[in-house]
Design a protein around this ligand. Structure first.
Ligand code: PLP
Length: 360
């Protein structure tokens, strides 16, 4: 049996990825010029497939970055002159606020206790804040931010830009792009692809904001200024030599996901999420870190262990199954399990059986 990765990122490759990478090598994708027609066709296919898969409106731009980390920096540089507002629910969402501070902005931050999600009423954005940032699925803590709260934020703060971290949530969680301005993700989580590629989706409000900042003489970046990225993306080009193999593989995997259908993918995620929840609830030595059911992520389960979590992690590893440790300071107190589209029902059932039978 091959090694099975339920780690929350990098995770198991999407089950068709290997075949696409092999084909890419044969087609010379790794050697082709990023100024040539072959690359333009790859980027176009990638854009089109993502638009269909994720319901991205035509007037939103699909841009290439190196990672989600890069998107944090790009969004602050291009969409915030002075002040931003961040809903932080763990290590990943907190980094957005930190980057805003590092770039000299005033970052207002609402920090939820780990394992919780702030009540909608607690989100009070100052009038002066230009941007609100939300993490759809906080992979460090296993919390999910409710979609109805995103829609309510848009209603309450129509003038502010809303940025969504979709990294471990898309394409599983259906996002209504009309209620947000920008969303970004890295491909090594729910898409099941090799790391080193990020997708940054922006609307024209973000673009106008960047142009306004530039007109005031502000620096919005260098080779990845938003206006320049958008202009290039319209002709399926990038400023730098991008991760062509990654873009190719993403285009193909997005096509495979489309063929399978988002409904089927979501039904499977729901089933696997339910059996994972069941085993956590039934096991005498395991507990959900996220206590409120409403906020338990479907795609990243964070489990508190009554014992050193390394024991269970090692037990599974001997059976060629890899799960994640707790994040940061929780390393030995938790395990984290990914439930992404590539993880099959059978693989997840096998994992659940092993966990069920385990006692420390
Ligand atoms: C993994 C992750 C990131 C960071 O992704 P990089 O590819 O390392 O930039 C950001 N946000 C969330 C929610 C993540 O899970």
């Amino acid at each position: 049996m091959l090694e099975l990765y339920f780690t929350p990122g990098p995770s198991a490759l999407y089950f068709t990825a290997e075949e696409h990478i092999k084909t890419a090598l044969k087609k010379g994708v790794c050697s082709t010029s990023h100024r040539g027609q072959q690359f333009k066709d790859i980027y176009k296919e990638c854009q089109q497939n993502l638009r269909k898969l994720m319901d991205i409106p035509e007037d939103y731009h699909v841009l290439i970055t190196s990672s989600a980390n890069e998107a944090w920096e790009r969004i602050i540089e291009n969409c915030v002159e002075d002040e931003s507002y961040h809903v932080s629910m763990g290590a990943f969402s907190q980094r957005f606020a930190k980057i805003a501070t590092q770039l000299g902005r005033t970052a207002h931050e609402l920090v939820a206790e780990d394992g919780t999600v702030p009540d909608f009423k607690a989100i009070e954005v100052p009038i002066s804040a230009e941007l609100i940032t939300i993490c759809l699925n906080e992979s460090a803590c296993g919390t999910t931010f409710p979609l109805d709260s995103i829609n309510a934020l848009r209603e309450k703060y129509p003038d502010k830009l809303i940025a969504i971290d979709g990294v471990s949530g898309v394409p599983v969680i259906p996002i209504d792009f009309r209620n947000i301005d920008t969303l970004y993700f890295s491909v090594q989580k729910a898409f099941g692809l090799p790391a080193g590629l990020g997708i940054w989706i922006v609307n024209n409000r973000c673009l106008e904001k960047a142009k306004t900042l530039e007109a005031k003489g502000k620096v919005t970046g260098s080779y990845h200024r938003l206006p320049d990225m958008v202009e290039k993306a319209q002709v399926y080009q990038t400023a730098e030599t991008p991760n062509i193999l990654g873009i190719y593989t993403l285009a193909k995997v997005a096509a495979d996901m489309l063929e399978k259908g988002t409904l089927a993918i979501r039904r499977e995620i729901d089933y696997k999420s339910a059996i994972l929840n069941q085993v956590i609830d039934a096991h005498p030595q395991l507990h959900h870190f996220v206590e409120n059911d409403k906020y338990v992520s479907k795609t990243v389960k964070v489990i508190k262990t009554d014992f050193d979590s390394g024991l269970l992690i090692e037990h599974l590893k001997q059976r060629k199954i890899h799960v994640g440790t707790g994040y940061g300071g929780y390393k030995n107190q938790q395990i984290r399990i990914a439930n992404f589209p590539t993880h099959s029902k059978e693989q997840t059932e096998m994992l659940v059986d092993l966990i069920e039978a385990f006692r420390a």
